[in-house]
Design a protein around this ligand. Structure first.
Ligand code: BYC
Ligand code: FE
Ligand code: FE
Length: 470
């Protein structure tokens, strides 16, 4: 499938064959660029950045590297190739032909799912827009911008669906996506995690580890969708997501390694004495972003989720590969619920437990990341180990949101919560300390003192490569 680069919007969806859609998108593009200039990476729009651009969906072909000024990035629309004879895989329509147009009865539901997914993409760019001023290295600066432009492309991917399949409603929603703002009191982004601040690089690395990882699982569930254009769009988005997760995981690991190294050199054995970050501080940031990201899966028991599954719009993680029963009307999921402040076991019908099932997959994946961090701590000779808090800890959404729980998930009183929270979540003092370390290092190959260098560079280049021309 060739892409016509003479077109303004690179794509493999035969845009030029659909004048109406092309015009809608070409009208939205200047609005997107205005938004990007206003809300995208502050202070870096005129610089050359060594970025990867998708130019096709074939293996290898989608990763083209070169210097680009971000506003000139070719945000394109790419779907993985259509599978001949694809069927709806699950729910009440299992084995019917997959939908190539929007099924009328599910129009609202489908639009809501797409808008919610879409909203997170520009939100994350807004949250990260000031980080360029404090990058620990040019390597990290470039990775930040790579993540940013790709989240921009993910927005394009969703706006293509809204414009292409939802008529005037879709066009209005596409405009709204550029009007809401992360953290704005009057017009906030839809999901809570995307209204939180991302003021420092430790936060950025935790965000890309935990919040982008929600993206992996939500996109995975939508990649199973019976609405074929959504499935194909999400499959391609997933290929880009891997790099975002890499940036997060290796970023936190480098902070941990350097923290241990500095603690060993410090006369009092404290990383902070020599300007490092204590692993115990990293743990608190992990607690914060893990719990906020758990909220992104919605309530443990959800009739919305049951409807999404029943309608064939949103499946489970690797629905076709990993499950046999795609109707899911018989099975139940054991769940710990809170009744009058006491934890009890309940068996929830599978369809109503879909959010929790997806969250379970996510948690196991997070556990394997933590294992890698702990291996790094062990290699550095530290006894410290990172752990994930209970999924009940610090929740704002779902069945645990009303109570208070300790790190192990035991119910505690509000007084106890208030007394202990500074030991579990980053305190103001710790946030100020981390912020005080955030001083930009823009010399090729040099690293800020609080972070270890990466093992290798990007696209076969050395760590010393000039990833951004300052
Ligand atoms: N914050 O039954 P419930 C990514 C609302 S990340 C605020 O619990 P449901 C990325 C919910 O909307 C992936 N509100 O939930 C990462 C509902 O509202 P209404 C994003 C929340 O509907 C990094 C009410 O509570 N993709 O791509 O089953 C960088 C009760 O609903 C929250 C998606 O989210 C929250 N956390 O599931 C860049 C996929 N949670 O209807 C990008 C699409 C719930 O009562 N979204 N609510 O007004 C969905 O599939 C579902 O909407 C959710 C929620 C899984 C989010
Ligand atoms: Fe994304
Ligand atoms: Fe991402």
């Amino acid at each position: 499938m060739g892409i016509d680069y003479s077109e303004r919007i690179p794509n493999n969806v035969d845009l030029s064959g659909d004048r109406r859609l092309q015009r809608a998108l070409e009208k939205w593009q200047p609005a997107f660029l205005d938004w990007w200039m206003d809300m995208g990476p502050e202070g870096w729009q005129a610089k050359d950045v060594y970025l990867r651009t998708a130019v096709s969906v074939d293996k290898g072909g989608w990763a083209n590297f070169g210097y680009v000024k971000m506003p000139e990035y070719r945000w394109g629309i790419f779907l993985t190739p259509q599978e001949e004879g694809r069927k709806v895989g699950f729910g009440d329509h299992a084995d019917e032909d997959a939908w190539q147009t929007v099924p009328g009865e599910y129009r609202n539901m489908l639009q809501r799912i797409i808008v919610t997914q879409a909203d997170t993409e520009p939100a994350s760019v807004e949250q990260q827009r000031y980080l360029g001023a404090t990058a620990p290295s040019l390597y990290d600066l470039r990775n930040l911008f790579q993540v940013n432009v790709e989240e921009g492309r993910h927005l394009w991917a969703m706006v293509y669906l809204l414009h292409g399949y939802f008529g005037r409603d879709g066009r209005e929603e596409a405009e709204e996506l550029l009007a809401r703002r992360a953290g704005d009191v009057d017009k906030p982004r839809i999901l809570d995690a995307f209204n939180q601040e991302c003021p420092d690089w430790l936060t950025f690395f935790c965000f890309t580890t935990f919040t982008d990882r929600d993206g992996k699982y939500q996109l995975g569930a939508l990649a199973e969708s019976g609405f074929d254009p959504l499935a194909r769009t999400c499959r391609f988005m997933l290929t880009e997501e891997a790099h975002h997760l890499f940036v997060g995981q290796t970023g936190v690991e480098r902070v941990l390694r350097r923290g241990v190294e500095l603690a060993k050199q410090a006369p009092d054995g404290d990383a902070r004495t020599l300007g490092g970050i204590r692993p115990a501080t990293v743990q608190k940031y992990v607690n914060y972003w893990f719990s906020y990201s758990l909220d992104l899966f919605g309530s443990e028991i959800s009739s919305n989720a049951a409807d999404f599954f029943a309608s064939g719009l949103k499946g489970r993680w690797q629905e076709m590969k990993r499950y046999d029963d795609h109707v899911a009307l018989e099975a139940h999921v054991p769940m710990t619920v809170v009744e009058n402040g006491v934890l009890t076991q309940q068996h929830v019908p599978m369809r109503n437990a879909m959010n929790e099932v997806l969250r379970g997959e996510y948690v196991s994946d997070c556990e394997s990341v933590v294992e890698k961090w702990n291996k790094a701590l062990e290699q550095e000779g530290s006894d410290f180990r990172i752990t994930l808090p209970s999924t009940r800890f610090h929740r704002r959404q779902g069945i645990y949101a009303d109570g208070h729980f300790d790190l192990q998930g035991n119910p505690i009183s509000e007084e106890e919560w208030e007394a202990k929270r500074a030991g579990w979540l980053p305190s103001d003092e710790e946030r100020r300390y981390v912020a005080s370390l955030m001083k930009a290092v823009y010399e090729p190959g040099k690293m800020a003192n609080w972070i270890a260098p990466p093992r290798r560079g990007i696209d076969g280049h050395t760590v010393e490569f000039e990833y951004v021309r300052v």
